[in-house]
Design a binder for this molecule. Sequence first.
Ligand SMILES: [Zn+2]
Length: 144
Amino acid sequence: MQREEEIKEKLQHRGLKITPQRVAVLHAIYTLNNHPTAQHIIDFVHKKYSNVATGTIYKTLDTLVEKGVIVKVRTTDEAARYDGRIDNHHHLYTEGSNHIEDYVNENLDTMLKAFFKDNRIPGYEISSIKVHINGKYEEERETG
Ligand SMILES: [Zn+2]
């Protein structure tokens, strides 16, 4: 399995025991890459390990989110999406499709931090700022 060592390191780093289910779920998220839904992850895991219970996969996802190995991405859809990328980044949502793309821009981060430094929200401590950008590309574009 590709990246298996890396996956095991991530689990250990967060104080999680290495189990085949956790490795399989993380492998699915990193392979699917573009913010998969739980259903995408379940289908992917089941292709290779049909004996893993769906409930176990949900539980594994919860544990991985709780321990900060992955992030749950907020969407307007019912279905949660999961992100294997945990560094600070923003998301571009494509209108009329389920496509979510990472958006990384250090200038934006610096600007946002500076803004909230000057415009403190009384009694509120900001831990992270993620911008949810809606729109669509002007021209059809390969989105992989
Ligand atoms: Zn992302």
